[in-house]
Design a protein around this ligand. Structure first.
Ligand SMILES: N[C@@H](CCC(=O)N[C@@H](CS)C(=O)NCC(=O)O)C(=O)O
Ligand code: FES
Length: 108
């Protein structure tokens, strides 16, 4: 359990844009994850993802660590932004684009 939390902390610390989702960006396994990854991809920044269906330990522990009960979860610069509803609302307002552009590492 502690290893899982350490692993989660490491993932969050080392990825400025990180999406915990069901399935992967090319093949989401749930409508909530599908809609969220669509918005994130539309912002055009590189992002990391973790498929929680392949990582049941993370699926079990992250909701407690994050104090957020469901997936997907979008984390930006070490902070939980939210799930499907929040991310899509931000996208529609144009806020997600700005947030991710500011978080993305400068192009190399
Ligand atoms: N309203 C939520 C919808 C997400 C949701 O309800 N996710 C459920 C079904 S995919 C979930 O993660 N359940 C816990 C689990 O499957 O581990 C959001 O905005 O993200
Ligand atoms: S897997 Fe059933 S609602 Fe997401």
């Amino acid at each position: 359990m502690t290893d899982t939390i350490e692993n989660i902390k490491e993932q969050i610390a080392s990825n400025d844009i990180l999406l915990y989702m069901k399935g992967n960006p090319n093949q989401p396994m749930c409508g909530f994850s599908a809609r969220t990854v669509q918005s994130v991809m539309s912002c055009g920044q590189r992002f990391a993802y973790v498929d929680i269906l392949q990582n049941p330990d993370i699926r079990a522990e992250l909701p407690k660590y994050a104090n957020w009960p469901t997936f997907p979860q979008l984390w930006v610069k070490g902070e939980l932004i939210g799930g499907c509803d929040i991310v899509n609302e931000m996208f529609e307002k144009g806020e997600l684009q700005t947030l991710l552009a500011e978080a993305a590492p400068a192009a190399e």
